[in-house]
Design a protein around this ligand. Sequence first.
Ligand code: GDD
Ligand code: MN
Length: 408
Amino acid sequence: MSTDPSRPLLAPPSGSLTISEPKVDPALQLDAPEASPSSSVYLSLVIPTFNESENIEAMIELLSKLLDQALPGNYELIVVDDDSPDYTWKIAQEMVSQYPQLRVMRRQQERGLSTAVIRGWQVARGEVLGVIDGDLQHPPEVLLQLVAETQQGADLATASRHVEGGGVSSWSVVRRFLSRGAQLIGLIILPGVIGRVSDPMSGYFLVRRSAIAGKTLSPVGYKILIEVLGRGNIGRVAEVGYVFQERQSGESKVTWKQYVEYLRHLVRLRLALSPFGRFIRFGFVGLTGLFVDMSVFYLLREGLQLGLTRSNIISVELAILNNFLWNDAWTFSDISSRQQGWRQRAKRLLKFNVICLMGLILNTLIVNFLFNALGMNQYVAKLIAIAVVLFWNFWINLKLSWRVTEVK
Ligand code: GDD
Ligand code: MN
């Protein structure tokens, strides 16, 4: 076996995790980017791998055999390997000449299961996008039932351990408990998403491209299905039972870290899906700014005995810097991730600063008015000024600072 020079490794996409729109009439696609490939297929199945050298060959053989029967010439397998030290990507790439439907991506810049799946979908040509573990723990035969469900109109077809025909092979009580506990927490934080399927932890599912096209995904950790259910436009959901097999070779990459990431993922989605999520985040960042502002103000007033206005200006400016960093990385991260680079960032900081400085003038006027004219306690006066300026800052910054200005 040798690598086929006419079919090199796939180049990993970079930039935002957005799936391109479904293919339209090729005549209308004259200026199509390279992301919209020339020939389309029905199914693109991504196999994310990390150190699966002992499983990958069997995996590709089994899947190809099944799909050559069910969807001859109308599918593709996309292995997305995170530069495995055991050379999984190389083994897979060496199979490309024998398996015309196989494509392999070796990622060196990015890591992680969920982003691997999405990067694979970004180069996929299928009308239906899917994922299956590369370690043979997901029985390949179930795929045919999943495909059939999508052909019958399901937007999402997922394999489940918790419906008729499903189960786990020999999990300990502790592991079952952890798995169900995670599901319960998910149901509490995100009932509308987690409650839609019996096995939200599944990493074995198919989704219609049109249901997630154009959406920017932002997963943390392992549970890509949650992201798809949460951000996609998913109408009909179908579930097919499967028994989660024991691992024969290689080892699981799951550690306690995945549980923490799962929780972070739930919270992130909760905020993203709530109509006021952004304002809640902005308000929360504002609270950290309030802490910076108040404590610096206190130190300058009581410690250095500086004047009221001077103390106020310094403490507010430090809070502005604090808030910018958090807002850029969190509150508006979806927007800033599309506007990367230092120049863009500096531009945002400048705008944010100008708007906040206008807020500072407003703040100072209010503080002075309440303290000097109305004789109010200076700290209470500041609190009122901060509340007023919070609304001003959120609104104007949303409209001016974190706006996508450079259209590709
Ligand atoms: N590219 C890439 N990058 N692949 C990864 C990474 C990564 O960072 N981490 C894991 N994988 C691949 C593995 O090689 C395997 O093919 C698959 O993702 C699943 O990883 P495992 O480490 O085997 O996970 P697991 O078996 O404990 O957990 C699975 O259990 C769920 C059911 O509870 C997950 O795969 C879920 O998707 C699955 O449904
Ligand atoms: Mn596994």
